[in-house]
Design a protein around this ligand. Structure first.
Ligand SMILES: Cc1cc2nc3c(=O)[nH]c(=O)nc-3n(C[C@H](O)[C@H](O)[C@H](O)COP(=O)(O)OP(=O)(O)OC[C@H]3O[C@@H](n4cnc5c(N)ncnc54)[C@H](O)[C@@H]3O)c2cc1C
Length: 349
């Protein structure tokens, strides 16, 4: 097989890169092991412009939100299924002090944030002694539909192979790269925390972060918002609720733990006044980075080899944005954002 671009991984990064490459007229081949616990397969699909206890705006919030809106809308048309939903997040304050700091944030800059009116929240089935704030807009991506739709589209054109790629089998030739019987002009590693690209991009400052979630059935809970109270409750397209997640920088294994489940159930029972049932418990490791910025670009000495990784907690918005930048960098020689470009590191093999 001869293609323009070989892609390792069909998570958020590989899926968006294959889409952008095909839009630019390139032929692609995607190799993926379809791991069920990859972060793209257990993520809630939330795009929230606000982050942290101090409610700060996320990096590049305006550009990322605008791009995500248009990219997922075009993808919805291509795959003929709805993928993006605009909603609001109701953030219940854990204390009066948090309510006060939210009000201070509104006074300084009310972009994306406002106080919830009593009438908006009193009927909701949550314990709410300290009130709530509203974050608007927030987007919810239907990731199972996005990944399955993309997978099917690639399979239909013979462009997706289930294959565990071994970096040592990759050959760099004068006119391209070769992996077994596949020849390509370039290869891009989109393999999340699998770390295969470390062979070509050693010492990138990854800081993997484990997250656990519960999937719940909560009959009667209104599905038109996301709800937060330390943990996040997000409505999934199959009618269940996503509840999570943990952020663990230090962990011994990537699997679900009884301690997380116990803690989540305890927190939920003290906040949510409706009965719920746990349907599933999942865990995955986010490809986070020390500087909280992605790794995007082609190798300075081996320009046939590229990377799109390090999306951390924000793969839903960063992956489409930087997949597009990488393709435009290749064809139009447009610069990659300096905080994301791997040119910021000295990469020596
Ligand atoms: C609990 C949790 C909740 C999250 N919630 C959100 C959220 O609400 N919003 C948000 O924006 N982000 C969220 N994230 C982060 C987001 O999921 C990640 O940033 C994103 O999924 C990373 O995508 P990726 O394509 O880089 O990696 P991955 O999803 O890991 O995809 C990599 C793919 O490459 C394949 N692969 C790896 N090695 C090989 C190999 N050698 N050969 C072949 N195939 C290979 C894997 O099987 C996998 O399919 C969450 C993450 C977690 C863990």
């Amino acid at each position: 097989m001869q293609v323009d671009l070989l892609i390792v991984g069909q998570g958020l990064c590989g899926s968006w890169l294959s889409y952008e490459a095909q839009r630019a007229g390139l032929s692609v081949c995607v190799l993926d092991t379809q791991r069920p616990n990859s972060p793209s397969r257990i993520s809630a699909g939330i795009i929230n412009p606000i982050t942290g206890r101090r409610q700060v705006e996320v990096w590049l919030s305006d550009e990322l939100l605008a791009h995500a809106k248009s990219a997922y809308s075009s993808m919805s048309e291509t795959l003929n299924r709805p993928l993006i939903r605009q909603t609001t997040l109701i953030d219940f304050f854990p204390s009066d002090q948090m309510c006060k700091s939210f009000q201070d944030r509104i006074a300084q800059n009310g972009k994306f944030v406002s106080l919830a009116q009593e009438t908006q929240i009193t009927m909701l089935p949550f314990d709410q002694p300290h009130g709530a704030g509203i974050i608007n807009p927030v987007f919810l991506i239907d990731l199972p539909a996005f990944l399955e739709g993309n997978q099917k589209k690639l399979i239909d054109t013979g462009s997706l192979l289930e294959e565990q790629v071994e970096a040592t089998q990759l050959r760099i030739e004068p006119d391209g790269v070769r992996y077994k019987d596949i020849r390509a002009e370039r290869i891009v590693f989109c393999e999340g925390t699998a770390g295969l690209s470390a062979h070509f991009f050693p010492n990138l400052p990854f800081a993997p972060n484990k997250g656990e979630v519960l999937i719940l059935d909560i009959p009667g809970l209104q599905r038109d918002h996301l709800y937060k109270h330390g943990l996040m409750l997000a409505p999934l397209s199959d009618g269940t609720w996503w509840a999570g997640s943990s952020y663990q920088w230090s962990f011994n294994h990537p699997h679900p733990t009884p301690a997380f489940r116990e803690e989540m159930e305890r927190t939920l029972k003290s906040w949510l006044t409706l009965p719920f049932q746990v349907i599933d418990h999942r865990a995955g490791v986010r490809p986070a980075t020390l500087e909280r910025r992605p790794f995007v670009g082609f190798h300075p000495q081996l320009p046939r080899i590229g990377i799109l990784n390090g999306m951390g907690t924000k793969g839903c918005s960063l992956a489409p944005f930087f997949a597009r930048e990488l393709i435009r960098h290749w064809f139009l020689e447009e610069p990659i954002h300096p905080e994301a470009s791997i040119e910021r590191f000295s990469i020596a093999r």
